[in-house]
Design a protein around this ligand. Structure first.
Ligand code: ADP
Length: 472
């Protein structure tokens, strides 16, 4: 039988945030420069707490700790591979124990609905840990039948110290995507959560220690990109960097560092007339567009619909969008919360305005929710043309652009005419269409008749500007 998810509990009342410091060597540190920064609840605009701000000197300390923890002869390097697996499983157990607390913290710090934090972010985080726990003692080398009388084999070794820089849209899940594979292979980690969302990472620091990971194996340095982030990206004692964030930041490093593994963003999706389940296509595409308030690198922001069903598709999408429950993220019925901060909020509304000006038809939404700070109504544009900014730029907000197409060849070319290519989807009953269109899509993942079906067991990453290498 499949493991059942636990019933939805109520969010936990958190009287005081316990973990707000820099985590190095399994200990809590204040910042060397003596600086702190506030983290804000985007649903209310109220400061949750101040967090110690790591800068270059703190990153140096963290890297020293990580290096020592991973050196030959250290407890971590001598540990049986199977024991590393047990530690990862223990961490997963502790995440299960802390599930409601972590989901509450995640909801407060990001504004995402508690419902989604509990069932999506926490579920994915726990599954990622368990999947990689199983890999620790199954990472094999090879033997090669070389010429002459020799025995030849390869053996996989840890890379060393892995730096990780993560964004604010899935703080805990991105944290696990980074640390779980690195730890499974015996590496040590220095990780910087996004400045908007440090709280779940720090809470996990405490349970990493409780699980029994040796000091220095995981080090957490909350802070900003140009300071702590740049220190990680350019550190001579870090052997590999994993980065998830904007293309702009990745470009900063592109020339300097060929050995790094950045990841980045964007999306496309297309639906055609064949599908019986028009309603299901409407639902899947809309979840793809609005999930996490549209703040997802996989967001289904461009949707191409075949001409004969176009009007009906738009009508059903609008009907559905109007029923989305907007409200307090900590209220379990809520499915749509605020955007992360003022900067993103302004950027989204500016793009929405450009859509109106460039002549797209606003079907619903298109504005902020009155008197509610950073909340934006789920927004649908029809009659969107490929040259419009809303069709070309990454909106990273709850905006769905619905376009019309006539032929398969045409829609493939239009979908691919983007500098990005992370994920795509095709909706059809016709298996030949599903195979030929998905093969033609320039995207790292192509879903068929579903969207955002992400799993710890499958790789993730994009074409073109959407990433180098793969995660998971
Ligand atoms: P977004 O905020 O749109 O997700 P960013 O790329 O700005 O994208 O942020 C993603 C992560 O990268 C964050 O942890 C941020 O602090 C970090 N970051 C931002 N600028 C830099 C930089 N110059 N060097 C290293 N990391 C950075």
């Amino acid at each position: 039988r499949n493991a059942c998810p636990p019933p939805l509990p109520q969010p936990v009342k958190i009287p005081e945030i316990k973990h707000t410091k820099i985590f190095i060597n399994n200990e809590w540190h204040t910042s060397i420069k003596g600086k702190k920064f506030p983290t804000i609840n985007p649903a209310t605009g109220v400061k949750i707490c101040d967090v110690e701000e790591a800068d270059k000197a703190d990153v140096d300390e963290a890297v020293r700790a990580a290096r020592a923890a991973g050196q030959r002869g250290s407890e971590w390097r001598l540990m049986d591979a199977s024991s590393r697996g047990r530690l990862l499983h223990r961490l997963a157990d502790l995440l299960e124990r802390e599930r409601a607390v972590l989901a509450t913290l995640e909801s407060m710090d990001t504004g995402k609905p508690f419902l989604h934090a509990f069932f999506v972010d926490l579920d994915g985080s726990i599954k990622t840990l368990r999947y990689y726990a199983g890999w620790t003692d199954k990472i094999h080398g090879k033997t090669m039948p070389v010429d002459e009388n020799f025995v030849c084999f390869t053996k996989h070794e840890p890379v060393g110290v892995c730096g990780a820089i993560i964004p604010w849209n899935f703080p805990l899940l991105m944290f696990m995507w980074k640390i779980a594979p690195a730890l499974a292979c015996g590496n040590t980690v220095v990780i910087k959560p996004a400045e908007q969302t440090p709280l779940t990472a720090l809470h996990v620091g405490a349970i990493i220690k409780e699980a029994g990971f040796p000091p220095g194996v995981v080090n957490i340095v909350p802070g900003f990109g140009p300071t702590a982030g740049a220190a990680i990206a350019s550190h001579m004692n870090i052997d590999k960097v994993a980065f998830t964030g904007s293309t702009e930041v990745r470009k900063l490093w592109e020339k300097a560092q060929q050995n790094r593994v950045p990841q980045s963003l964007k999306k496309k999706k297309y639906k055609d007339e064949d599908t019986d389940e028009l309603q299901s296509a409407v639902e899947e595409t809309q979840k793809g567009a609005f999930f996490n308030q549209g703040q997802a690198c996989t967001a289904a922001s461009r949707i191409y619909v075949e001409e004969p069903v176009y009007d009906e598709f738009v009508r059903l999408s609008v009907e559905r969008a109007k029923n989305i429950v907007i409200g307090d993220p900590l209220e379990p019925r809520t499915s749509h919360g605020p955007q992360i901060d003022q900067h993103q909020f302004d950027k989204i509304l500016e793009l929405v305005d450009s859509g109106k000006k460039e002549g797209a038809m606003l079907e619903c939404g298109g504005c902020a929710v009155e008197d509610r700070g950073l909340f934006i109504h789920p927004t649908i544009f029809s009659d969107v043309k490929d040259h419009m900014r809303i069709a070309k730029e990454e909106i990273f907000g709850p905006v769905q652009c619905i376009m019309k197409f006539k032929t398969q060849e045409e829609v493939i070319n239009r979908a691919n005419s983007s500098h990005y290519g992370l994920t795509a989807a095709v909706f059809t009953r016709d298996i030949h269409r599903a195979m030929s269109v998905s093969a033609a899509m320039e995207a790292g993942t192509v879903w068929v008749n579903c969207y955002n079906a992400l799993h710890a067991q499958a790789p993730f990453g994009g074409y073109k500007m959407s990433g180098n290498g793969r995660e998971l």
